[in-house]
Design a protein around this ligand. Structure first.
Ligand code: FES
Length: 109
């Protein structure tokens, strides 16, 4: 579903209540897979695919703002996408979520 809000084209990824700090969510839309996280200070989007290999970051475990990939236990900061533990050395892409009426949207390019 796409929706025009404040002259920006946004694509809905999920409801806010579908994601908790203990349960990140993988969402596929528009040919892309995103990992949606909730931390104490808000929501965060990263690419779901780990930059090191086939790991799904949405299937990893979140500790604060650090997501641990379930495949080789490399880590990333979900705020910046920066790698924080080997074997990950290449950042993953991040986006800033838009929260509208209890739903999370990503800004389309
Ligand atoms: S696939 Fe993620 S750490 Fe290797």
């Amino acid at each position: 579903m796409t929706e025009e809000t404040s002259a920006k084209m946004l694509t809905r990824l999920c409801r806010t209540d579908e994601v908790t700090p203990d349960t990140p969510l993988r969402v596929e839309t528009g040919g892309e897979a995103y990992a949606v996280f909730q931390a104490n200070d808000g929501y965060f989007f990263t690419a779901d695919l780990c930059s090191h290999g086939p790991g799904s970051l949405a299937e990893g475990s979140l500790d604060g703002h650090e997501i641990e990939c379930p495949f080789h236990q490399g880590c990333f900061d979900i705020r910046s996408g920066a790698p924080t533990a080997p074997p990950c050395f290449v950042p993953v892409r991040v986006w800033t979520p838009q929260v509208v009426s209890g739903e999370l949207f990503i800004e389309c390019e």
